[in-house]
Ligand binder design. Structure first.
Ligand SMILES: [Fe+2]
Length: 348
């Protein structure tokens, strides 16, 4: 079997949106992403610390969908590796010429074994990095793209596919019968480049952008309230159990879910331990024990194949959202207490 391509990180996503002006308001005017390029039917955006051409493409279409997830590989030779690897896996594989996506060089596009349209690339147009352009940065400035989160009916097989591709596992949600409900997988030295969420799929659950500070995340909430656009806030702000990150989930004007994310941790050592959360621990999704809103588990974006057609979805055998947290509703945290009246939940 051919070695898998050497993926560096999650690099960009292309979303189909139905109203480019509304999308521009949300991503540029509210979230503050920088416009690298604009065409009649597309916007190419990046965050303040990014020097590649874009980390998000918004392309006008009739129905909201995910068109592509882009991974950057270590050098251009990895494209040949990718072509061979996926041809042997028997999934659709296509070469894309330089410029097939504005700002991106030669690429290999595949529909991966779990149903997602993926692009591998190395060459890309460089732009100015605005790290210290503080005079241009709003109070809710976003630094960079951090990760993708995809909804899949069979988390175990998706986990196997990604670990075979060389991704490390930072955290999981499991039960004691070896059922895997979710997993966080990385190539760069953070908690994840991609998360797998059990559910009807393949669908895109969300794309996450990173800020440096919690105050920047909170300012987005204040902006949306001030603009009477609070309906775009779906869940949070809060602290995740998994990843330890401070989070906020938003829905864009087409319903695509965007997470603003900050303060996860370093995972770059080769023996970085996998943290395994029990599915009954109600701090796993919200460290403060807040219930997850039903839409967060149920709703996600349609995924397109390499020809632009919606990929059919199937359902999981088990749903994390239906797993009982405990009769008292407090999960494991109150099953006993130490001398101060507290007991730490367990992470086996
Ligand atoms: Fe996320």
């Amino acid at each position: 079997m051919t070695n898998p391509p050497d993926v560096i990180r999650a690099a960009y996503a292309e979303l189909i949106v139905t109203d480019l002006a509304a999308a521009r308001w949300f991503y540029v005017d509210v979230l503050g992403l920088v416009v690298t390029a604009e065409e009649t039917d597309a916007l190419y955006l990046r965050a303040f610390e990014e020097y590649l051409h874009h980390s998000l493409v918004l392309r006008k279409g009739k129905t909201p969908a995910l068109a592509r997830l882009g991974y950057r590989v270590r050098d251009p030779r990895e494209l040949d590796v990718a072509e061979k690897y996926y041809t042997e896996l028997g999934v659709p594989v296509r070469r894309a010429d330089p410029g097939a996506t504005l700002g991106i060089g030669a690429a290999v596009r595949i529909q991966d074994p779990i149903g997602f349209p993926i692009e591998f690339f190395y060459d890309a147009t460089h732009t100015e990095r605005f790290t210290q352009h503080y005079h241009l940065q709003p109070a809710n400035a976003i630094s960079r793209l951090d990760h993708f989160n995809v909804t899949v009916p069979d988390v175990r097989s998706a986990y196997t596919y990604y670990t075979n591709l060389g991704f490390g596992a930072s955290e999981t949600i499991e039960d004691d019968e070896d059922n895997l409900y979710a997993a966080w997988l990385y190539r760069k030295s953070t908690v994840h480049d991609i998360a797998l969420t059990g559910g009807d799929g393949p669908r895109l659950h969300h794309i996450a952008f990173s800020s440096h500070e919690r105050t920047q995340v909170l300012h987005t909430c204040d902006m949306l309230g001030a603009l009477r656009a609070e309906n775009h806030i779906e869940r949070g702000p809060g602290r995740h159990g998994v990843s330890n990150a401070f989070y906020l989930y938003l829905r864009d004007p087409d319903g695509h879910r965007i997470e603003i994310y900050t303060t996860d941790y370093y995972t770059g050592d080769p023996d970085n331990p996998t943290i395994r959360w029990d599915v009954h621990d109600n701090r796993r999704r919200s460290f403060w024990g807040h219930e997850v809103v039903p839409s967060w588990y149920a709703e996600a974006s349609t995924v397109l194949d390499l020809d632009g057609n919606p990929v059919p979805i199937s359902s999981p055998e088990r749903r994390e959202s239906l797993v009982s947290v405990g009769a008292d509703g407090f999960g494991t945290a109150l099953e006993g207490a130490d001398e101060k009246g507290f007991k730490l939940g367990h992470q086996a």
